[in-house]
Design a protein around this ligand. Structure first.
Ligand code: UD1
Length: 438
């Protein structure tokens, strides 16, 4: 396995550049399956999740070619041969569940493994299934698989209200609805930028969608979509991660320049909270400047649906709070169990605890390096950030979590002055017994 070793305390100086969005890329890759022909996606990050999802597309018969030099992916969905997304792939990545809406929309049938829970607790799919049923699908569960069939071979469209705002369920139902025979009216849809980007791309392929950007969509199904070239947007979570890192580990008086992000996609709550810490933010057309204050102020946040504070930035915020003056709470009602990073941060010296869906963090506390490990992507990046401000070496183990969602992160941080390197290690190696050595 591989780990990242950060020698701190360090400073982030100069600039960082944001890659293409992971979450949006996965939605657009699903969308590409709806059109026979070759879809070219540009600005796709070369990440483990993208290669896993490429495998999912290949399993159903798509020809997927990744150009590693340009970050473009060509997906030819002319000759799809299967309507099944197997457990072995879906278990690796929840986004594979988008195959349900996609295959159901294009072929009127699909067999997709249920994704199960994840490291931060149950992640239900009831809304995905209820939405697809409202569009005319008959759904059965069979040995861990969702087996879906459109009555009469093609979805009819229909009306559905999402009881709870869900990014994943909205995307899945949209993917199914664009090729239905009739009209679909969706209410309380998620308006996260990923969903809007998916909608805009589907429209570019010939879909008829009214209301993008609002909580109600009217989708008039069309007979076919046309493969075309689609540009992926920058990763808003990577942008937010870099902004928090700059506020925490940048040098006062030396703003960090973050290139290629789309700050409008972060939502107002995030920018306001970052300003409340005392950080300075300057937005320009093609970059953002973030300047660390002399001393960060503890600032509480609550995660929420867009434009609320993103749950995917909660762990990074917690790390910053260890360096801020005062006590603050971080509440995550979207995913109340998503606090695996707290015990690891405590091992580095943080004063923090969890109660219910909230963490309380007091600071500033000096952190000291140690071996740390996490079980999910955003928690891993938060530990890496802790390593930047901690004294000594922090070894972030099981770095494959990070590789799922942050493209070449150590290269980017190294260029910005962080002392970081990647090493292989054997997780099951026995520690050397020193006690009885002569
Ligand atoms: C969520 C985030 C998304 C983030 C992703 C990965 C929100 C609103 N969504 O998306 O920005 O990128 O995690 O970290 O912040 N739910 C149900 N039934 C369902 C589907 C969802 O009850 O069928 C619940 C979930 O348990 C959760 C809430 O609805 O409490 C939002 O879920 P959803 O937006 O679907 O989550 P993801 O798509 O995983």
């Amino acid at each position: 396995m591989e780990k990242l070793i950060i020698k701190g305390p360090g400073r982030i100086r100069g600039s960082l550049t944001v890659s293409g969005s992971k979450n949006t890329a996965l939605m657009l890759m699903s969308g590409a399956l709806l059109a026979p022909g070759r879809t070219r996606l540009t600005n796709v990050p070369l990440l483990r999740d993208v290669s896993t999802f490429s495998q999912v597309l290949r399993v159903v018969g798509a020809d997927v070619r990744v150009d590693e030099t340009t970050g473009a992916i060509d997906i030819d969905a002319s000759n799809l041969t299967s309507c099944e997304a197997p457990y072995e792939l879906v278990k690796k990545m929840r986004a594979s569940f988008y195959m349900l809406g996609t295959l159901l929309g294009r072929f009127g049938q699909a067999r997709v493994s249920l994704p199960g829970g994840c490291a931060w607790g149950p992640r239900p799919v009831d809304l995905h299934l209820a939405g697809l049923k409202a569009l005319g699908a008959e759904i059965e569960l069979d040995h861990g698989y969702v087996v879906a069939k459109a009555k009469g071979g093609r979805l009819t469209g229909g009306a559905f209200r999402f009881e709870k705002s869900s990014v994943g369920a909205t995307a899945n139902v949209m993917l199914a609805a664009v090729l239905a025979r009739g009209t679909t009216c969706l209410d309380n849809v998620a308006i996260e930028p990923d969903v809007i980007e998916l909608g805009l791309s589907l429209v570019k392929m010939g879909a008829r969608i009214e209301g993008l950007g609002t909580h109600s969509l009217e989708i008039e199904g069309v007979d076919a979509l046309t493969a075309t070239e689609l540009e992926n947007c920058p990763d808003r979570i990577e942008l937010g991660t870099f902004m928090i890192a700059a506020a925490m580990a940048g040098a006062p008086g030396e703003p960090v320049r973050i290139n290629r992000g789309r700050p409008d996609q972060l939502g107002d709550a995030f920018a306001q909270a970052l300003l409340d810490t005392g950080a300075t933010i300057e937005f320009a057309d093609d970059h953002v400047l973030v300047e660390a204050p002399d001393q960060l102020r503890a600032t509480s946040i609550v995660t929420g649906v867009y434009p609320g504070f993103p749950t995917d930035l909660q762990a990074q915020w917690v790390v910053m709070l260890t360096q801020a003056t005062g006590t603050a709470t971080v509440r995550d009602p979207i995913y109340p169990d998503r606090f695996a990073h707290i015990p690891e941060l405590v091992r580095l010296g943080a004063t923090a605890g969890v109660s219910g869906d909230s963490a309380t963090i007091s600071g500033p506390t000096p952190l000291t390096g140690a071996n740390v490990m996490s079980t999910d992507l955003r928690a891993s990046v938060s530990l890496l950030m802790a390593g930047i401000v901690a004294t000594g070496e922090t070894h972030v183990l099981r770095v494959y979590h990070l590789d799922r969602g942050y493209e070449r992160i150590e290269e980017k941080l190294k260029k910005a002055g962080v002392n970081i390197r990647r090493e292989r290690y054997d997780e099951f190696a026995q520690p050397v017994p020193h006690l009885f050595e002569r």
